[in-house]
Ligand binder design. Structure first.
Ligand code: PGA
Length: 248
């Protein structure tokens, strides 16, 4: 399966952050590495500009969230159609920071993922347990419940959901931005459990403190089909090192 390395810039980046995209493109030599996909999800303020400026380059772009509806009276929200119109190919939905900060439920996340499919975007659907859930032995139950509730049951245009319509990102909440990561065995176990509940060909990303020093070993774990990278995606050098670690 072709790995996907996706950067999640979160609420970071002003106009001058374009220099990081340019540095990344320079490092990637302006050509798409055929054996992996690379995406950056910048803040919405930068998305259209980046996508227009770098549309013929090896990087794809994505949003970090979308509203479930296509348009309407939802001040401050952005629809999947708007992200697609701005040049996005992906949208992250159900990131743990949105689940925590904005009270997003599994049903809300599924509605957003369905909106992404409707708009022709690939949703990157995030799941993952908290530290307390892991330490009380509930990690697998929590992730199973999130998967069952957050992943659409039908694909674009009401057809069946195909494996390449969506991407899952397993991000243990306690590993995000903390420098902590699960053991490789723990990642393998969870990804296997997720695999049993998703399509055989659906990409399952690992996210949570992925950095140049640990990317290669994490990306070699069975059923890890790429990474969702936060902090280390903000600097072209670090992000490129992770992209390079994904070489088939
Ligand atoms: P991190 O964030 O790489 O900074 O831990 C990952 C994420 O939240 O997607």
């Amino acid at each position: 399966m072709k790995p996907l390395i996706a950067g999640n810039w979160k609420m970071n980046g002003l106009a001058d952050a374009a220099s990081e995209i340019e540095a990344l493109i320079a490092k990637m030599d302006g050509s798409a590495p055929a054996d992996r996909d690379v995406a950056v999800c910048p803040p919405a303020t930068l998305l259209a500009g980046f996508a227009a400026r770098y549309s013929d380059e090896a990087i794809q772009f994505g949003g970090q969230d979308c509203h479930a509806e296509a348009s309407g009276a939802h001040t401050g929200d952005i629809s999947a159609e708007m992200l697609a119109d701005a040049g996005a190919a992906f949208v992250i939905v159900g990131h743990s920071e949105r689940r925590a900060d904005h009270g997003e439920t599994d049903a809300a996340v599924r509605a957003k993922a369905e909106a992404a499919l409707r708009a022709g975007l690939t949703p990157i659907i995030c799941v993952g347990e908290t530290q307390e859930e892991r330490s009380t032995g509930r990690a697998f139950d929590v992730v199973r419940t999130q998967l069952a509730g957050s992943v659409p049951t039908s694909g674009p245009r009401s057809g069946p959901l195909a494996d390449d319509d969506y991407v899952i990102a397993y991000e243990p909440v306690w590993a995000i931005g903390t420098g902590l990561t699960p053991t490789l065995e723990d990642i393998a176990e969870m990804h296997e459990d997720i695999r049993e509940r998703t399509g055989a060909g659906a990409r399952i990303l690992y996210g949570g403190s992925v950095k140049p020093a640990n990317a290669a070993e994490i990306l070699r774990v069975r059923n890890v089909n790429g990474a969702l990278v936060g902090g280390a995606s903000l600097k072209a050098n670090d992000f490129y090192a992770i992209v390079a670690a994904a070489a088939g």
